[in-house]
Design a protein around this ligand. Structure first.
Ligand SMILES: [Zn+2]
Length: 159
């Protein structure tokens, strides 16, 4: 059996915040705002995984009102999500994703993101695709007020 999942996330960017993307810290004067480390790509991937497995979404699994998740490294949330997926008998076929960010240029960081996230997900690097786009200076992303990410996931279950 194969199941497809889709995830989307967006976070506000502000001065003097850390910019965590795909599990790594990107040097930049602005960073994303959120209850956790606000890693928009990991959050989109988590929601795609949960959706494909038919599980409640990230806001239900890791509520942003819970003290336990305040400032948490999203890699921990990703690892916990992977456990839930495996407990339901699923394995990952592949993941495709897009980060939409005006600045800074992040293409040079993508190999490290792939290495980091595929390690947590225990999949081969060729099973995870991460692409970077700008919004052509349009909208809130173009004004550098926010960052978004989209992810699709294919899960497989034998039997
Ligand atoms: Zn988020």
């Amino acid at each position: 059996m194969m199941k497809i999942g889709f995830g989307f996330d967006t976070h506000k960017l502000e001065d003097n915040r850390q910019l965590w993307l795909g599990g790594i810290l990107i040097p930049h004067p602005k960073g994303s705002v959120g209850h956790s480390d606000a890693d928009v790509l990991i959050h989109a991937i988590i929601d795609a995984l949960l959706g494909a497995a038919g599980l409640p979404d990230i806001g239900n699994q890791f509520p942003d009102t819970a003290e336990e998740f305040k400032g948490i490294d999203s890699k921990v949330l990703l690892a916990r999500t992977m456990e839930m997926i495996q407990n339901k008998g699923f394995s990952i076929g592949n993941i495709d994703s897009v980060i939409v960010l005006q600045r800074p240029k992040i293409s040079s960081h993508i190999p490290e993101m792939i290495k980091t996230l595929s390690g947590i997900l225990k999949i081969g690097e060729e099973q995870l695709s991460i692409k970077a786009k700008t919004s052509e200076n349009l909208g809130f992303i173009g004004r550098e007020e926010g960052v978004s990410a989209y992810a699709t996931v294919l899960l497989e279950k034998s039997s």
